[in-house]
Design a protein around this ligand. Structure first.
Ligand code: PLP
Length: 355
């Protein structure tokens, strides 16, 4: 039976990415040895790293004065690395979910943190609006897409302060205006590659302004200077990332991704709103196009386990909701085809008919 992969992360990758990476693991670039065995300093792998960094720049229209880094440690390392490099006295943070609050916790180790707004009391079911960001902060940090709660900031915040953003679960899903940012970071395992690497876009002139000493490996300038080869990079995830980036380019880039994603999301939310058994958990205007959270309507609550089993029997994988929201979450990242969304909708319709 065909499986439809709705896992939240690690999550679905394009067939192009999986196949090409599998082939390179057997024989990398005609070298006769595996991608897992080759020196990261070999000319073949250096070419992979260079092309991956260049493609990130091309796809996101990264302006002059910014650098792209691939670095191990995931997005969570960036929760501390960002303030380590950028927070001198005070930073503003928007608290929109578990990942945002983890970032806040780390930033507090480095300076004063002004949490400008939080939707915690509403179990993070919406994105706060009309907050004021003080003008005397070093940067304003926000999470563009809240993977666990299924909410998403629809556009860059309109503030006159350099932005820092955790874009782990929606990077490459739409165009962004990089020039507004001091730093963008994303763990790879949602829209890019297997876990083990993060992609970082950093503005060079935002660096070197803090007075504290920074350990070499945690200093962004190290990785810019060494072109993401300061130490051994996670070669397999970087190679897989390059395949995904090539696939995005072939399909028409992030604008084309945005169109596909909006179409998929409209189909799924449309069914959640129509079907008598289900309801969405996120505020309608903040609904994520990447992570779709839904629960059974109150009068059908006791059908939850039955629906989970029914969906699994039809090939749906990974739709169990995060424990902090309950119910279901269908992650419909870039690589998930419309066909999988249609299959899930069919399962929801069929289940409704039986009840
Ligand atoms: C998954 C995720 C993280 C954590 O990423 P790691 O690579 O596991 O550290 C952080 N932020 C967001 C928004 C995520 O979705």
């Amino acid at each position: 039976m065909k499986k439809h992969n709705f896992y939240a992360g690690p999550s679905i990758l394009s067939e192009y990415t999986v196949k090409n990476t599998a082939e390179a693991i057997l024989d990398f670039a005609g070298t006769g040895i595996s991608l897992m065995e080759i020196s990261h300093r070999s000319k073949e792998f250096v070419a992979v790293m260079d092309e991956a960094r260049a493609l990130v720049k091309e796809l996101l229209d990264v302006p002059q004065g910014y650098d792209v880094i691939f670095l191990g440690g995931g997005a969570s390392l960036q929760f501390c690395m960002a303030p380590y490099n950028l927070l001198e006295t005070k930073a503003a943070y928007l608290d929109t979910g578990t990942w945002a609050s983890n970032a806040i916790k780390e930033a507090k180790l480095f300076g004063q943190v002004d949490v400008v707004a939080s939707s915690k009391d509403a179990n993070y079911s919406f994105i706060p609006k009309n907050y004021v960001v003080p003008s005397d902060v070093d940067y304003f940090h926000y999470t563009s897409n809240n993977t666990i709660f299924g909410t998403q900031m629809k556009k860059d915040p309109d503030v006159d302060i350099l932005l820092v953003s955790d874009m782990s679960s929606d990077i490459f899903s739409r165009p962004i205006d990089v020039s507004k940012y001091a730093l963008i970071y994303a763990g790879a395992q949602k829209n890019l590659a297997p876990a083990g690497v993060a992609v970082i876009i950093v503005r060079e002139d935002a660096l070197g302004k803090v007075s504290r000493p920074i350990p070499t490996i945690l200093d962004y300038r190290t990785h810019i200077k060494k072109e993401s080869m300061f130490n051994t990079p996670p070669c397999v995830p970087v190679y897989a990332a390059l395949q995904t980036l090539k696939w995005y380019k072939e399909l028409g880039g992030v604008k084309a991704m945005q169109k596909r994603n909006e179409e998929k999301a409209a189909v799924l939310y449309g069914e959640i709103d129509r079907n008598k058994l289900f309801k969405g958990t996120a505020a309608v205007e903040d609904r994520s196009v990447m992570n779709v959270c839904f629960v059974m309507n109150d009068e059908y609550k006791d059908l939850e386990d039955e629906f989970a089993k029914f969906a699994a029997s039809k090939g749906m994988v990974g739709i169990k909701g995060h424990r902090s929201v309950g119910g279901f979450r269908a992650s419909i990242y870039n690589a998930l085809p419309l066909e999988s969304v249609l299959a899930l909708v069919e399962v929801m319709k069929e289940f409704e008919k039986q009840h």
